[in-house]
Structure formats: structure tokens, C-alpha cells
Design a protein around this ligand. Structure first.
Ligand code: CA
Length: 234
């Protein structure tokens, strides 16, 4: 959340936190650009009138390194030119000030839903001769009975698959999987689900030593090298 007006920034941050997100805040453009480039960032809320670096410059710089990171710009009422310029510079959506925190959270959800980084994009994974069908929640083997997966196990696997190559923290998995209702659920619960998932994959593929879900020390979990994703063309 990049915004120099403290009251607006704090209000939005509070609303996002209440909705289960983990907002990072910045009060000027330069600090905001640096924060937006942090690997754990999934979406940027960007005010345009900012000290140190103008919001439009932040957006243009950000697009050079992060072409598909979702950005919602916050613009002043009536400034149609600003909105058009923002969308042209690669913003995904805009919200006109003054806005309600509820409206903004709804926009955030909508933009994240259609973002290519969303888990729903991956529906099948391949582990050796085994196919994991995330929609049918099943692990199938050519010469055996299919094994079923729980909704949580599928959600973990699809979030890791959608973010292949990036370590996902337990906290992020908690927030992504349980959202608001995740409050009170411990990160240990995530470990438990991952352990069960690993054991199911090992049993189905009959390869105990294969790396399906890797633990990255101090960071979290990552999809392992022995899992193949479908070609993007299919
Ligand atoms: Ca401002």
C-alpha cells in the first residue's frame, strides 16, 4: 500500500489485514517501489501523487522488472486523464478517491482472482508415472487404484504449483488457504498437511526418495524438481 496520506494508508492497511492479507505500507514513491519488488508481494495499491517519486514513475519502473504483478492505482476524483494514463502504463484496475475500504478490498479480491499467478490455473501435475488431478482431487496411477486428496491438500499443491520456483512461507499458505478463518490455526497445521501430501505422493508413485515438495530452510515450501507441470500450450 503506497500512499503518503497517513489516514488513508492506515485505513486501507487495517481493512486488508482484517480481510486476511498481510499488507506492507510505504509513504513515498521510492520506498514504495522498493517494497513492491519484495518477492512476497502479490499485489500493489499505488497512489499517484506521491513525494520523492511520482506514482506513474513507480508504475513504469515496476513494470520493467515485474511485468505481471497486479497493480491497482488510487486516483483523485474526476481525473480521467490520470486513470487512462495509469491503465495505459499497465495498471490492472483503479479506484477513485474517496473510496470505501470495503470497495477497495473487493477490488483487490477481483484483481487477484484473475491474476495469472492464481492457483486455479494449474489443474494437473505429473509425478513420474502418476497424474495428480487437482480438479477431481485424485492421484491416478496407470496400473492401480486412484488415491484421493483432501481439499486442503489440493489447495496446497495448486498454490505451490502456481508459484513454482518460489518458496512459499507457512504464513502465506495459511492466509491463502484459510483466509480470515485462518486466524487461530497454527503453522504446524500446514506442516501436518504437507507431510500427509508427501506420503500420499510417495505411496502412489512408489518412489520414496523423490522430491515432490521441498522444505526451504527458513522460508517455507516449494514445489520439488520431480514434479512436472503441464505445458503452458496445453
Ligand atoms: Ca497522495
Amino acid at each position: 500500500m503506497i500512499e503518503d496520506e497517513t489516514a488513508i494508508r492506515k485505513g486501507v492497511v487495517e481493512a486488508l489485514r482484517a480481510a486476511g492479507y498481510e499488507p506492507i505500507e510505504a509513504a513515498d514513491g521510492a520506498e514504495g517501489l522498493a517494497a513492491a519488488r519484495r518477492p512476497e508481494v502479490n499485489l500493489v495499491l499505488l497512489d499517484l501523487m506521491l513525494p520523492k517519486m511520482d506514482g506513474m514513475d513507480v508504475l513504469k519502473s515496476l513494470r520493467k522488472t515485474h511485468a505481471s504483478l497486479p497493480v491497482i492505482i488510487l486516483t483523485a476524483r474526476g481525473s480521467e486523464e490520470e486513470r487512462i494514463a495509469g491503465l495505459k502504463a499497465g495498471a490492472d484496475d483503479y479506484v477513485v478517491k474517496p473510496f470505501s475500504a470495503r470497495e477497495l478490498v473487493a477490488r483487490v479480491e477481483a484483481v487477484l482472482r484473475r491474476s495469472p499467478e492464481r492457483p486455479s490455473d494449474v489443474s494437473r501435475l505429473f509425478v513420474g508415472k502418476v497424474t495428480v488431478d487437482l480438479e477431481r482431487r485424485e492421484i491416478s496411477v496407470a496400473d492401480g487404484e486412484p488415491h484421493s486428496l483432501s481439499e486442503t491438500e489440493c489447495a496446497i499443491l495448486s498454490h505451490l504449483a502456481a508459484n513454482a520456483g518460489r518458496a512459499i512461507s507457512r504464513d502465506e499458505l495459511l492466509t491463502r488457504l484459510w483466509g480470515l478463518s485462518g486466524t487461530g490455526i497454527e503453522t504446524r497445521t500446514v506442516d501436518m498437511h504437507v507431510a500427509r501430501l508427501r506420503s500420499k505422493l510417495a505411496t502412489a508413485s512408489r518412489e520414496n526418495s523423490a522430491q515432490y515438495i521441498v522444505t526451504v530452510r527458513g522460508k517455507g515450501y516449494m514445489l520439488g524438481p520431480d514434479v512436472r507441470l503441464p505445458d503452458s500450450s496445453s
